[in-house]
Ligand binder design. Structure first.
Ligand code: ADP
Length: 392
């Protein structure tokens, strides 16, 4: 009996001891979990902690590719990253944000965020050193409770959207230009149809004349639609480099045969200077046919006065191959040369229209060559000769 009671008491004592140990452990954990700052935990002095914070902020913001500036609540600039340095130059420490950005929308936005603690953004343009458009955003730098920052900080960042804006403008210009180009022949067709229904109803001679003009306008519209479709098809596969082997020598022979009637009609002698063997490049045969048809056709049309067009192929340094198309017409004034491959760009609108141009030929050439990783080089000496070179 006594033995059994002793055993029970021993068990009870053991249980109590274990329970107390657990309680002490729990209390110790609670004490350790008292909110303490990272600084206290790491035992860092406030100055050193501030230095660490600024080093970390600098390293993190330098890793960003967009300009970023750290501000105090009073608008003083504390730090700027490398991208901000490149875009806006060095802003001296302690400078007020308004000394660099005077725009009221930016300053109001900053004030608003400092007051509410909520991020904000506005669109902002800079004129110098070059015209740029930014989405400028301000956001509080939210630190975990007890972290080293002893004052609120704000990140002012600049997302450059100039390129997006340029593309948007190009797209809407393109739609406007394409509609305008289509509207002109369409209006002329409608005008003639109305005349045929009314004043020219019983005039077979006028009817005959008008029908020829109407056919001409309809052809112009379909050339334009064909070129627009070609461009949009090319845009869809712009990133796919062609992989077939194409022999430029046989391809140019084929292009010459198809353009010979046009050259004869324009009284232009088309001469080809080709190597004996093949000149192979990676490409899409149909697209390259289109490139050289456009270039040789332009040379015959715009260089008609020179009466001769020379097409040559030569292999240069190792694997590169060059095809040149030379005419001896009036040439292109230098200020127009850089813009010739823009859609609908023409040196003379009347000249292009009279030669059945759409203003899209060289834009198509440029698109095809970009896909082929090839370059178009245009050199013109007005009054002497004009050379379009394709370098593969
Ligand atoms: P288009 O359909 O008007 O011919 P392109 O894009 O093929 O359009 O050419 C754009 C413009 O470039 C032409 O309108 C013409 O003014 C100019 N151009 C192109 N090739 C030549 C050339 N060989 N000589 C002179 N001007 C040229």
């Amino acid at each position: 009996m006594i033995g059994a009671a002793l055993a029970t008491r021993l068990h009870l004592g053991l249980a109590l001891a274990l329970w107390s140990l657990a309680l002490v452990g729990l209390l110790a954990r609670l004490v350790v979990q008292r909110p303490e700052t990272i600084r206290e935990r790491a035992n860092i002095a406030p100055e050193a902690a501030r230095h660490t914070l600024s080093t970390v902020l600098q390293a993190v913001t330098d890793a960003l590719d967009m300009p970023a500036v750290i501000l105090r609540a009073d608008g003083m600039i504390l730090q700027q990253n490398e991208a901000a340095d490149r875009s806006f130059g060095h802003l001296s420490d302690g400078m007020h944000v308004s000394a660099r950005w005077r725009s009221p929308s930016i300053l109001d936005m900053i004030r608003d965020t400092v007051a509410t603690g909520l991020p904000n953004q506005v669109e902002h343009s800079e004129r110098l050193p070059s015209e740029r458009v930014y989405i400028t955003r301000i956001a509080p730098v939210v630190m975990p409770q007890g972290a080293v920052a002893d004052e609120p900080l704000y990140l002012l960042s600049f997302k450059d959207i100039s390129e997006l804006r340029r593309l948007d403008r190009m797209r809407s210009d393109f739609v406007a230009n394409a509609s305008h180009e289509l509207r002109t022949p369409l209006a002329s067709l409608r005008g003639f149809l109305e005349t045929l229904q009314g004043p020219a109803k019983n005039d077979p001679k006028a009817q005959e004349r008008f029908i020829v003009i109407m056919l001409d306008q309809a052809n112009r519209m379909s050339r334009l639609v064909d070129d627009l479709l070609s461009l949009s098809r090319l845009e869809m596969k712009a990133h796919l480099a062609p992989e077939d082997k194409v022999d430029l020598v046989s391809l140019l022979g084929h292009v010459r045969d198809s353009l010979q009637p046009l050259a004869e009609e324009m009284d232009v002698e088309l001469s080809l200077d080709l190597p004996d063997g093949p000149a192979l490049v990676l490409g899409d045969r149909d697209e390259l046919v289109q490139v050289f048809e456009n270039l040789i056709e332009n040379a015959c049309k715009y260089g008609q006065d020179g009466k001769r067009v020379d097409v040559g192929v030569k292999a240069i340094s190792g694997k590169a191959v060059e095809v040149s198309v030379v005419d001896y017409g009036p040439g292109i004034p230098p200020e127009h040369v850089p813009r010739l491959t823009e859609r609908f760009y023409r040196v003379s609108l009347a000249d292009s229209r009279s030669k059945k141009g759409t203003g899209l030929g060289l834009a198509i050439v440029k698109h095809i060559l970009t896909r082929h990783r090839a370059r178009l080089i245009i050199k013109s000496e007005p009054g002497a000769k004009t050379e379009f070179t394709v370098r593969f």
